[in-house]
Ligand binder design. Structure first.
Ligand code: BES
Ligand code: MN
Ligand code: ZN
Length: 496
């Protein structure tokens, strides 16, 4: 999508629709609204006077201007109370306004930046919102016509100098393109995004954006001793891949390395501990954490923070078959720790175990993992927040705060060692499920065993990675949750 920003006169706007955000306290007097009123022969004052424009959140009205100039339609979009407005509410407003218009196949939209909105954070939030709102999951509708997509957006400044927002729009593009890339990968079905295809997408991105990429295949995994990842993959005809992406800026401190580790289960049937049929189709999204790492690495490649970052995606299917791993099996992980498999559906923690050890062995000084790890987390936090837990409160606090600002909010779960008692095994060092109690936490405690002494935080994104129903601001399905969060954290660190 091509986005421009200017202070051009309202009479010269030739986009299909001019979107005007309206706050509850707004009146149709002064500034751009007065100009608009004049251009439309009093349309603005009359809709305000009739009470049809209230400024209530998500209350929208679309009008034809019938005016002689280029301005064809106005969308007044309710923004709620100006006082309680956050960048997140703005992002959602922009996305919701675009979604409201999406049935009409408008190719170009204009967005009026009224005085409240004229600052960099707000412009970035709006531009991100527009790009996120423009995408939905009907990838395989054969009547999907690309030529009818929204392709041009112009921001019109009411009073400020447009030039100061160019950087904010560029940043928004970098963020939203990466989130939409992650969403696209997550929407794709399991027969299209196999571990091999996921690896190819990551490698293509890396080549395009200037990251180093290596793919570890099953024979190399065997040599290395990645028995946990290989155990999960055994039941599948599709070979597993450990995808390694590297951002290594020349001037960065060689003693620091941030690792982003993603669960890349391209389809989770549950394996021999098979899942119920109903809803199983959604388990194509079990690579959402991996997609978020790929997206975050794209942002990092473009915005170039001066720190070394390694992205690891443990990609595999989890399938039942005559060769599949079974409950009771004991796996020897890359770390040397042995794992009793009590449930083959707790596969995410197994593939992550080896990826975490790989990160430790690479010299990571901070590790963040993102995974659609547990149904228990969805029960606890729904699709509103992801869970975070870990071993380093500074890292966790950094992630909590990055989440609030980028609109991917988190909630912290405890990691007291008592929870670790639930995953003790009689036969091996640990078992892969602690049963129903504290399911999201015991999954995290399992991962903790493989992070060594490295500062580590785990994001359970199973809830917010996928919306069961559409929202005013987002299509049903893949959200790309985690992408901006991890990238924003890396970009926000003060040390480099
Ligand atoms: N991918 C699932 C977690 C999941 C479930 C995500 C529902 C989104 C919606 C994960 O691999 C899984 O199956 N976890 C099990 C763990 C259990 C067997 C200990 C779960 O949550 O039921
Ligand atoms: Mn599972
Ligand atoms: Zn899974």
């Amino acid at each position: 999508m091509d986005i421009t920003i200017s202070g051009k006169p309202l009479s010269e706007i030739s986009s299909d629709v001019l979107i005007i955000p309206v706050f509850e306290s707004d009146t149709p007097t002064g500034g751009a609204l007065t100009v608009l009123d004049e251009l439309t022969n009093g349309l603005v004052t009359s809709v305000f006077a009739s009470g049809e424009v209230k400024g209530k959140r998500d209350y929208a009205i679309l009008l034809h201007t019938n005016s002689a100039n280029h301005l064809k339609r106005l969308l007044f979009y309710g923004a709620g109370k100006a006082e309680s407005f956050t960048p997140l509410s703005l992002q959602r407003l922009a996305a919701a306004a675009v979604r409201k218009l999406s049935g009409n196949n408008f190719a170009s939209l204009a967005f009026l930046l009224t005085a409240h909105l004229e600052n960099e954070t707000r412009v970035q939030a709006l531009a991100e919102g527009v790009m996120l709102g423009a995408i939905k999951g009907n990838l395989y509708h054969t009547d999907n016509d690309d030529s009818q997509r929204l392709s041009h957006l112009e921001f019109i400044c009411e009073s400020a100098d447009a030039g100061q927002f160019i950087q904010a729009i560029e940043t928004a593009k970098v963020m939203a393109e990466a989130v939409n890339f992650a969403r696209h990968l997550t929407y794709e079905p399991g027969n299209v995004i196999t571990p091999t295809r996921l690896a190819e997408h990551a490698a293509e991105m890396a080549a395009r954006e200037g990251l180093a990429c290596t793919l570890i295949d099953e024979s190399e995994m065997k040599e290395l001793g990645m028995g946990a990842l290989l155990g999960v993959s055994r039941g599948s005809e599709e070979p597993a891949k450990l995808i390694v992406l590297r951002h290594e800026p020349a001037g960065a401190d060689p003693s620091q390395l941030i690792a982003l580790v993603g669960k890349g289960i391209t389809f989770d049937s549950g394996g021999i501990s098979i899942k119920p049929a109903s809803g199983m189709e959604e388990m194509k999204n079990d690579m959402g954490g991996g997609a978020a790492v790929i997206g975050a690495m794209q942002i990092i490649a473009r915005l170039k923070p001066n720190v070394r970052v390694i992205g690891l995606i443990a990609a595999s299917e989890n399938m039942p078959s005559g060769r599949a791993y079974k409950p009771g099996d004991v796996l020897r992980s890359l770390s040397g720790k042995t794992i009793e498999v009590v449930n083959t559906d707790a596969e995410g923690r197994l593939v992550l175990a080896d990826a975490l050890t790989y990160a430790v062995n690479q010299g990571a000084t901070q590790i963040i993992d993102a995974a659609t790890l547990t149904g228990a987390c969805v029960v606890a936090l729904g699709d509103v927040r992801a869970a975070v837990m870990g071993t380093d409160q500074q890292l966790i606090d950094g992630l909590l705060s990055a989440g609030e600002t980028c609109g991917e909010p988190l909630w912290q779960l405890p990691a007291n060692k008592e929870y670790g008692d639930l995953i003790r095994s009689d036969i091996a060092d640990v078992k892969n499920s602690g049963g129903r109690l504290a399911g999201a936490i015991t999954a995290g405690m399992f991962l903790k065993m493989f992070a060594g002494n490295v500062a580590w935080a785990h994001l359970d994104i199973a809830g917010p990675v996928w919306y069961e129903d559409e929202k005013p601001f987002m299509a049903k399905g893949a959200t790309g949750f985690g992408t901006r969060l991890m990238a924003s954290y890396v970009l926000s660190k003060p040390e480099y």
